[in-house]
Design a protein around this ligand. Structure first.
Ligand SMILES: [Zn+2]
Length: 425
């Protein structure tokens, strides 16, 4: 007990000394008599104490706190770890994107491809980590073949890789530039009725091995079951999409589980490509809409229809049920800001879709908190426990029984600082 206290005290002191934006404003407070989802389990009638931006105590309600501590009434409410969107693409308006995410309870986002000026902007925000926008981690430039996805989408040129002999140098260059993890594209877009160059298996395996040699997580973009299987067999730590289609092989999840990989299904984007777009519904949800920048709302109602290939989401949902049965970590990610997705708001839609695919609300909440923090080795967040960052979301009601409840946001804190939550109407 004493050791735990000491560790907590050290964590607080450390966090306070590292805190460049400490205002004291709301950085110390108590949420009293609240239901807590700690990233894994639900506990009723808890008190949660935050000091200098760090969670310092969690326990049965009624413990005494320093005189003058701000007390927030948690009755009828649920306290969640700040949500994590494990698949986004931060745009050139990075600060605005991350601000919108934070307003909607998403306190950390994982960017899955950025280069040139945008990468520099993201890195600056990553190290400054200001309290009024979501924290960000980035893959930087992903590994793809010359002319491979996503170069068909335009934008400034970026380095590519043609041969497995270049894998070590490619990965070292990314790490030197500041990539937090290595993203690899293993997809010729045939599932979307297109055909672009893609890496061969040896290069894929070489990149993953090179990432692991440097202690980095390697994640792979795939859009078909075949690509997913190859990526997992090549040693991928995680898949950053799933796939659509009529059916999935009965042994798919067993393979993924046997390799210890995680999966970010990105149902928000996949369901649009198989004819079940959810973006307009999210954009028109009165609990979410006011926080979505008007310039982004328009894109929410647009859909992309696959030119060929799959038009069924059955394989996606069945794969998720299989993965859950096999205990494969599932991570919530939106692929915002594509057609039909946006920062923050779409993560609430993703949680609803994950529950629709068969996860329990608690499993879905874990997919947006503990699971991504763990999968990406971000050890200071994703749970509500002493010593962790006070990235927190307080919602009215109980999202552990009704996942739509994540949208009833009362307050959001990043490192204990209360978010202002800008609205646009
Ligand atoms: Zn993406």
């Amino acid at each position: 007990m004493r050791a735990t206290r000491l560790v907590t005290a050290l964590a607080v002191a450390l966090a306070a000394s590292l805190e460049p934006h400490r205002t004291g404003q709301q950085a110390t407070f108590l949420v009293r008599d609240v239901r807590v989802f700690d990233g894994e389990r639900v506990a009723e009638r808890q008190d949660v104490l935050v000091e200098n931006g760090v969670i310092t105590r969690v326990g049965a309600t009624g413990f005494s706190v320093p005189r003058g501590t701000t007390v927030i009434d948690g009755r009828g409410r649920t306290l969640l770890p700040g949500l994590i969107d494990a698949h986004v693409h931060v745009s050139d308006s990075a600060a605005a994107d991350l601000g919108q995410a934070l307003s909607l309870g998403v306190t950390t986002v994982l960017d899955m491809f950025s280069g040139a000026a945008r990468f520099e902007r993201i890195k600056a925000l990553r190290s400054a980590d200001p309290p009024d926008i979501a924290a960000v981690r980035t893959a930087g430039v992903g590994a793809t073949a010359p002319g491979g996805h996503p170069s068909q989408m335009g934008g400034p040129p970026f380095p590519t890789i043609t041969d497995s002999g270049e894998a070590v140098a490619f990965v070292n260059a990314r790490i030197a530039e500041g990539s937090d993890y290595i993203k690899i594209i293993y997809d010729d877009l045939s599932s979307l009725g297109m055909s672009v160059p893609m890496l061969d298996r040896r290069t894929l395996a070489g990149l993953i091995a090179a990432a692991h040699a440097r202690g980095k997580v390697a994640v792979v973009h795939i859009l078909s079951e075949e690509q997913a299987r190859v990526a997992v067999e090549a040693g991928a730590d995680g898949l950053v999409h799933l796939f659509t289609g009529e059916s999935v092989s009965p042994d798919f999840a067993r393979l993924v589980a046997s390799r210890g990989a995680f999966v970010i299904p990105t149902l928000s984007v996949l369901s649009a490509s198989c004819g079940q777009p959810s973006g307009a519904k999210i954009a028109n949800d009165s609990l979410l809409r006011p926080y979505i920048r008007p310039s982004l709302r328009r894109m929410m109602s647009m859909t992309m229809r696959a030119r060929g290939g799959a038009t069924s989401c059955e394989a996606t949902r069945e794969a998720i049920r299989q993965l859950a049965r096999h205990g494969v970590p599932i991570l919530a990610g939106t692929d915002a800001p594509g057609l039909g997705q946006t920062y923050g708001a779409s993560l609430h839609g993703e949680l609803e879709l994950l529950v629709g695919a068969g996860l329990t609300p608690a499993q879905a909440l874990a997919a947006a908190t503990r699971a991504p923090a763990r999968a990406f080795g971000i050890t200071d967040r994703g749970r509500i426990a002493p010593g962790l960052r006070a990235d927190l979301v307080l919602v009215d009601g109980d999202p552990t029984t009704d996942i739509l409840g994540t949208r009833r946001i009362a307050m959001v804190w990043k490192r204990g600082v209360l978010a202002k939550r800008a609205t646009y109407e």
